[in-house]
Design a protein around this ligand. Sequence first.
Ligand SMILES: Cc1cc2nc3c(=O)[nH]c(=O)nc-3n(C[C@H](O)[C@H](O)[C@H](O)COP(=O)(O)O)c2cc1C
Length: 214
Amino acid sequence: MMPEIAPDQMIEQLRWRYAVKRFDATRKIDEETWSALEQSLILTPSSYGLQPWKFIVITDQELKDQLPAISWNQKQPQDCSHMVILAGRKVVDTAYIDRYMKSVVVTRQLAADAMDGYRNTLVRIVEQIPNHLDWNARQVYIALGQLMVAAAMLGVDTCPMEGIDTAAYDKILGLEDDVFTSVVGCAVGYRHPDDLQASAAKVRFDRKELVEYR
Ligand SMILES: Cc1cc2nc3c(=O)[nH]c(=O)nc-3n(C[C@H](O)[C@H](O)[C@H](O)COP(=O)(O)O)c2cc1C
């Protein structure tokens, strides 16, 4: 089967991507493009398919204007087109597992009890996971990676952002007593033509150091 995208094209897009320092505040992502990027978040794989996340997309300029103050004074959340806060579930409880199992049964048109065995195993497994938010945050980072790569394939710029005050974001987004909490951010939009970072050489260790074949 022919690959959908040629290997050299894929690498070209990944090399084109860089963590944007300065976004062009005048450029917004169009609806069709954003809708595809939204799908890249939704289609992210997760452990057991549990999707222990919520993606909060900030486009309101008044809200965006308040974000540098809670992002180590970084301007990307203010100037980008769509600021995504990737939030993780604090707890995966039995009720949530049941909700997920119900969605499997409905989506795949299975018998009502078809997932019962799997469900019971999963309840036992999840009970043994010491820190659910830790586990869920790792899933959230997969969504971050998928969003950045998907954006790069469409020629859309991103900046992954751990330099945010997640407690302050929870506050501003009304998540303080929610089942979700902010984990990491991703500013999405278009690079400013004067962002010098765009022309900085990529810094990566040698492949021989990073990849081992056996
Ligand atoms: C999880 C994560 C958090 C990051 N947080 C920030 C951030 O808060 N601000 C920023 O300017 N860059 C941030 N970066 C960007 C990294 O510094 C950058 O990805 C790295 O230096 C490699 O450069 P490149 O992405 O341009 O290839 C973050 C990257 C990752 C993966």
